[in-house]
Design a protein around this ligand. Structure first.
Ligand SMILES: [Zn+2]
Length: 387
């Protein structure tokens, strides 16, 4: 029962390990590993539900059956962790930082902080996970073969071979958010030259896979002449809705991504006027209003920009104080990476914002002239709202 996906980096940092992100259980290759509370519940359920199977295979085992089934649960999740490590190591080797590995209800997630640089890298990072699971299945199979049928070792090795075979094959199904969906998206990306075209195609097949996950287990039971098992239906429903939701998120992300090329710093920039640091705030605001500008840029004696007036701080200054407060007091110094070119567009604009996050940037013409102020929230709004 392991499916996984690699969503865009979560907004939380690992400074807050225990708030809804599970418990930190260790660190591997410099990447912290977390397990969600649901994971512990599932591990306990696997232990309890697998114990009778152990007793049937190894008669007379008694209460030790729980130790054996707990070992299976641990070994199974260790295999899921190895699957995730394959994704993580492929990403790290490709120069993409990994924020964390999380083990959750249905498997694991490697949170890779940057998108792949090309379709080949994407296919490699995504494909290596399920290939590793299939490799583990093969190892377990060959370990099992020489062992006696009714031995505990044989049973554990058989169970691991089967469960890893399932994890590998299931994750190779060609629909997002499964690994196979990422490989399909990468292939379409390679063919068309557009990342989003690949994402949309693989998200649509993901919805087909979601529907199949709900109905195929029941259909198989009926075809074999049994009534569908309730447990199968619940698992099918759980996995199907997980995939359906993941495919929907991928479609939404692709829609956002498709708007990025249309972004332009010039079009989104708000008008700003230059003022000297000693100008009283009241006078500066009056000049801005006359010019129809919403922002103030502090300039030195030669007209070079040296700071941005903090709009919230300026407006929070009581009206009767404004004639006595110089704008320099409500401005912050301009850092070199707080300046963007008016000609920045699309991915380059987004990259500039991600490189040095701030709420506002000074926008300059290529010749250095002040053009205005870019408010980050305006860019976010432009991406999030329909064109
Ligand atoms: Zn995977």
């Amino acid at each position: 029962m392991a499916v996984d996906d690699r969503p865009a980096a979560a907004p939380d940092a690992d400074a807050a390990p225990s708030t809804g992100n599970g418990v930190r259980i260790g660190r591997l290759f410099g990447v912290p590993v977390y397990a969600t509370p649901a994971w512990f519940v599932i591990a306990a359920l696997v232990t309890i539900s697998y114990a009778p199977v152990v007793e049937a295979r190894v008669p007379g085992i008694g209460p030790w059956k729980y130790l054996v089934s707990a070992s299976f649960a641990l070994l199974f999740y260790a295999s899921v962790l190895v699957h995730e490590l394959a994704h993580t190591l492929a990403a790290l080797r490709g120069g993409l930082p990994v924020r964390r590995i999380s083990l959750h209800l249905l498997g694991g997630v490697s949170e890779i902080e940057q998108p792949s640089r090309g379709p080949r890298q994407e296919a490699w990072i995504a494909g290596l996970g399920p290939l590793t699971s299939l490799g583990l299945a093969a190892v377990a199979y060959f370990v099992a073969r020489p062992l006696a049928q009714d031995s505990v070792g044989r049973m554990l090795a058989d169970a691991l071979a089967l469960s890893n075979l399932f994890v590998g094959a299931f994750n190779l199904m060609p629909g997002l958010p499964l690994d196979g969906g990422r490989v399909l998206a990468a292939v379409v990306w390679k063919q068309t030259g557009h990342r989003e075209t690949g994402t949309v195609a693989a998200a649509k097949t993901g919805r087909v896979v979601a529907v199949l996950a709900v109905f195929v287990p029941a259909a198989v039971s009926i075809a074999r002449g049994y009534a569908p098992d309730v447990v199968d239906l619940v698992w099918g429903g759980l996995i199907g809705s997980f995939i359906w939701a993941g495919a929907g998120q991928a479609l939404k992300a692709a829609a956002l991504q498709q708007r990025i090329p249309g972004l332009s710093a010039r079009a989104l920039t708000r008008r700003a006027i230059p003022v000297a640091a000693v100008t009283p705030l009241a006078e500066a605001l009056r000049q801005a209003e006359l010019a129809g500008a919403s922002h103030l840029v502090v300039v030195d004696g030669e007209g070079r920009p040296i700071g941005l007036v903090h709009q919230a701080a300026a407006l929070a200054t009581p009206v009767d104080r404004r004639p006595w407060v110089p704008v320099g007091d409500v401005s912050r110094r301009l850092e070199p990476d707080g300046v963007v070119s008016a000609n920045l567009t699309g991915e380059d604009l987004v990259a500039a914002i991600i490189r040095s996050p701030a709420s506002e940037y000074l926008v300059v013409e290529p010749n250095g002239d002040v053009f205005g102020v870019l408010v980050t929230a305006d860019v976010e709004r432009a991406v999030a709202t329909a064109p």
